[in-house]
Each structure stands twice: as C-alpha cells, then as structure tokens.
Design a protein around this ligand. Structure first.
Ligand code: TYD
Length: 133
C-alpha cells in the first residue's frame, strides 16, 4: 500500500472559477484544530525532516508545487503535490520532507492537534528507534 493517501477535493466550479471547501468529518477525516501554510520558500530550501508521534495532517499545495517524501521506516516514497484539488493525508509516525518548492508554492496544512514541539521527532535515527519500540 502506498504511503501517499490521496484525498480528492471536488471543486465547486461555476463560470466565475473554482472553489474548494474542506470540512472536518467528511473531506478531512479528523477534527481540525490548526491550519498553517508555508509560502515564500527560498530556492533550494527543503523543509520538514520530522515525524509526529500523534498527529494527523492533510497537506495540499493550493498554488504552485513541491515534492513530498514520506517514509515509514520501512519504505520511502515521493510524489509531487501540484494540485489544489488533491490533498495528502499524513498519519502518525511518518517521516516527511518537502523539496523543490516552486517560488509561488503555498502549502496549506490542516492538523488534528494544536502545535506541540514535544510531539515532533526531528532526528531520523530517533524516529527509527521509536518505531522499533
Ligand atoms: P517546523 O515545523 O520546523 O517547519 P517545517 O515544516 O520545516 O518542519 O516549524 C518552523 C517553526 O515554526 C518552528 O519554530 C515551530 C514553529 N511552528 C509553530 O509555532 N506553530 C506551528 O503550527 C508550526 C507548524 C510551526
């Protein structure tokens, strides 16, 4: 099974353009406690390089694109986030990295919990050690 669990957002389009609505409990399979977005990423900068102990997130590039790497300690996969109508669901204990941000990229993230630095695992070896426990 792929590490990339895609969620298709149905755009509500009319002659004026498009609109996507994300609702907790339907499009997004968890209560949303936090929303953040990453933008203005400088050329050549990669982000992420961490896993979360207990956090679910949905990430979508609302404009532009970036290349996401997911790793569960057994396998590593990558995919482009390049559509405002396609989100990726990232579950607990998945290492994530984001690379090759386009200059216009706005990466929107919906999260199931408030920000908690203690929930982060920022060292890859620590991540593997926690998985083994
Ligand atoms: P970080 O999670 O390290 O970013 P990346 O996506 O590259 O892994 O977050 C960068 C900084 O922002 C860090 O100091 C923590 C802070 N931050 C918050 O205060 N609240 C948040 O919701 C997030 C995601 C980060």
């Amino acid at each position: 099974m792929s590490l990339f669990h895609w969620i298709d957002f149905s755009p509500l389009g009319d002659e004026r353009g498009s609109l996507v609505a994300l609702e907790a409990g339907s499009t997004v399979p968890f209560p949303i406690k936090r929303v953040y977005y990453i933008f203005g990423t400088k050329e050549g900068v990669s982000r992420g390089f961490h896993a979360h102990r207990q956090l679910q997130q949905v990430a979508v590039c609302v404009t532009g694109k970036c290349r996401m790497v997911l790793d569960n300690g057994k396998k590593r996969e990558e995919a482009w986030l390049d559509s405002p109508t396609k989100g990726v669901l990232i579950q607990d204990m998945v290492w994530r990295e984001m690379h090759d941000f386009s200059p216009d990229c706005v990466l929107l993230v919906l999260a199931s919990e408030h920000y908690d630095e203690c929930d982060y695992i920022r060292n890859y070896q620590d991540f593997l050690d926690v998985l083994k426990k």
